[in-house]
Design a protein around this ligand. Structure first.
Ligand code: SF4
Length: 255
């Protein structure tokens, strides 16, 4: 039983740590990160491939590096998050990220509730393809950072899934991220913009230039930055708020 008296399943976690949010509208905010293990998508530029599969241990990067056996109970995960906040705080915000958190929606729902009871404001970072999973956790989430995964990145289209997710999350504080690389096509980008605008043209869109190219020593970075700015101008014709924000943790060389 958790603190609310509900039966809460254990969750498969990859790592816990305290750092600065690196992506999206909250870039730079100090947060405790809880990274779930497991994700069924195959993004070509995935930078957390280690979290795509379930492992025996969850690593906690506290004052000492420790390991917790998986699956981790909700009270144990929330306690570890609170310990990190005490060691590296003040910090009052927790980000549940992945992997894909909504693949374990029952666990994430209980964890988010427990984090809130401990005073955290809870952010959810998700690939945005599981509206039903989101409905299960929505009541305990303060901020939703949703990805739109383009077909050029994943090898298949998720438009109907993204549409359903946006409809489910539209009442929350929500922003959408799209990773842009040199394989991003105009038609799929326009589809992403229309998919957002059809739900609410005031939902903020963050364009994230792909870090592998952006921070490479080759000549691709300039072309990518120009490409992203062109797409920003295109998106601003349909959406009120479109920003270009790179992965700040990569710039700062932190986790
Ligand atoms: S959704 Fe996230 S964790 Fe899953 S493959 Fe894509 S980038 Fe990696």
């Amino acid at each position: 039983m958790n603190a609310s008296g509900d039966t809460a399943p254990g969750g498969w976690l990859s790592e816990l740590f305290c750092s600065l949010q690196g992506e999206g509208l909250y870039a730079g905010e100090r947060q405790v990160f809880i990274r779930t293990a497991g994700c069924g998508l195959e993004c070509v530029w995935c930078d957390t491939a280690f979290s795509k599969r379930r492992t025996e241990w969850c690593v906690v990067y506290g004052p000492d590096e420790t390991r917790i056996p998986n699956p981790v109970s909700v009270p144990r995960a929330a306690e570890a998050a609170a310990d990190l906040a005490a060691s590296f705080g003040p910090v009052s915000s927790a980000s549940i990220t992945g992997g894909e958190p909504l693949e374990q929606s029952a666990f994430v729902s209980s964890l988010a509730a427990s984090l809130r009871q401990r005073g955290f404001r809870v952010h959810l970072d998700t690939n945005g393809v599981d509206a039903a999973g989101f409905e299960a956790v929505s009541g305990h989430i303060d901020v939703v950072a949703m990805d739109i995964k383009l077909p050029s990145a994943t090898g298949r289209a998720y438009w109907s899934e993204h549409r359903a997710f946006l409809a489910a999350a539209a009442g929350k504080e929500l922003f959408v991220k799209v990773v842009i690389d040199m394989n991003t096509r105009d038609d799929e980008f326009l589809m992403a913009v229309e998919t957002i605008a059809d739900v609410d043209d005031t939902i903020p869109l963050v364009l994230q230039p792909e870090s592998g190219v952006l921070f490479s020593s080759g000549g691709g970075a300039r072309a990518l930055v120009e490409r992203v700015q062109g797409l920003q101008r295109t998106a601003l014709k349909r959406l009120a708020r479109v920003r270009v924000i790179p992965q700040c943790h990569r710039i700062l060389r932190i986790r």
